[in-house]
Write a protein that binds this ligand. Structure first.
Ligand code: FEO
Length: 401
């Protein structure tokens, strides 16, 4: 052990003992421009308890941080709040090295961990609402099924009012600061929203219910300690309200114009759509898939009320970058969007209809049939694009009520 990795105290008895990943830029398709952290927490209760572990290559970093406080073999309990490999990747090895008395996970978590690591009876399943005594402290488990995996759960430490929230309220942000209030607010806002838009968006209806469940629980939550990014200690009302807003996805006056182009014709169409949207009173974000990553698009769509998509036709299909981003967006299941599809073509011209069909599958409220322009859009074609944008903006305004 190098001895260079140290823990960070979160409360009297809770320490951050996770790992910082400054390098990662691709998190299963989500571009993590600022890296990430894999947070694990050590509770120095009578029963010394480790909350979650870290991604496999970071095991030694975590064990070093723990070793600065105790001999890791003194860990009595490990709680796995989430089975995904960024939090469980080194769990089997840690169990072997530490030999804890018990390892806890939700019922679904116990099954998932067994299937990941061929465990036999290493994991003790716990139920929603079940309490665990750590001797002088107590944890209550709260199932958060499908947020964002079937196994996911929260653990609440009563004596120090800490909610360990696994992925929820987290963000991919590598930093040496461990608390959200130590980091510039614009970075926090951007990364928290990007995380929500790229990971949690499909489960928004459940998130609204979870927020209600947490509020109704009467738990005195003062610290929220997620599995990625900084810990919340001062800005809890802000992040809770953001989650409420994002989960509702109410209509907004912002439209995203998403396109990719071969010879600038679809680009000219996109710009005419943009002008029409502006004339109709919408705010607009124009995103060429030559310039943006799919996760940038997810961030923008999270707070959009309109989505207009354009592509040239290449070999009877939309351009590959558009297929990529729309496959991604469709999986994220955004709601309450007004939109349309457009694109230039030479002779076959399938792309605009293909885009239209994907938007329809996404339940986007489409204002017209797909709009096509042959080779290079002329004045008349550009006027049609402008009119399309204005129609989308007007429908968006209507949705605002
Ligand atoms: Fe951070 Fe769903 O794992």
């Amino acid at each position: 052990m190098s001895g260079v990795y140290k823990p960070v105290q979160i409360t009297d008895k809770v320490y951050w003992v996770g790992a910082i990943d400054w390098i990662i830029r691709d998190f299963h398709g989500y571009t993590t421009k600022r890296g990430s952290t894999y947070n694990a927490y050590l509770i120095l209760a009578d029963k010394v308890t480790l909350i979650d572990t870290v991604k496999a290559p970071f095991k030694e970093e975590m064990l070093e941080r723990i070793s600065a406080l105790i001999d890791p073999r003194e860990i009595d309990y490990i709680i796995s709040d989430h089975s995904e490999m960024d939090h469980s990747g080194c769990l089997a090895e840690v169990i072997r090295e530490v030999n804890p008395e018990k390892v806890f996970a939700s019922v679904m978590g116990a099954k998932a961990l067994k299937e990941h690591f061929q465990f036999e009876d290493e994991i003790t399943p716990v139920k929603d609402g079940e309490k665990l005594s750590l001797g002088n402290m107590t944890i209550t488990f709260m199932e958060t099924r499908m947020l964002h995996w079937p196994d996911s759960m929260f653990s609440y430490l009563h004596e120090e009012s800490v909610l360990f929230s696994q992925d929820a309220f987290g963000m991919h942000l590598a930093s040496d600061e461990r608390f959200a209030d130590q980091i510039k607010q614009d970075i926090i806002e951007y990364e928290a929203a990007t995380y929500y838009g790229n990971i949690l968006l499909p489960y928004s209806p459940l998130i609204g219910k979870l927020l209600d469940k947490v509020a109704a629980s009467g738990l005195d939550i003062r610290i929220v300690a997620p599995d990625h990014g900084p810990v919340w200690r001062k800005d809890l009302p802000w992040i809770l309200q953001q989650y409420r807003t994002w989960s509702e996805q109410n209509p907004t006056d912002k439209a995203v114009v998403l396109f990719h182009t071969m010879w600038h014709s679809t680009e000219h169409m996109a710009r005419a759509v943009e002008e029409g949207l502006l004339a109709g009173g919408a705010r607009v974000k124009v995103m060429s898939m030559g310039s943006y990553h799919r996760s940038d698009v997810a961030y923008e769509v999270l707070t959009a009320g309109g989505l207009v998509a354009g592509s040239s036709t290449l070999n009877n299909n939309m351009l590959p970058a558009m297929a990529d981003v729309l496959t991604y967006l469709k999986g994220l299941r955004p709601v309450n969007l007004v939109g349309a599809a457009f694109g230039s073509y030479g002779w076959s011209g399938e792309a605009a209809k293909q885009l239209h069909d994907v938007l329809a599958e996404m339940k986007v409220d489409l204002v017209s049939e797909p709009l096509k322009a042959r080779y290079v859009p002329d004045r008349d074609a550009l006027q049609k694009c402008f009119d399309l944008g204005r129609t989308v903006a007007e429908r968006m305004k209507g949705a605002l009520g």
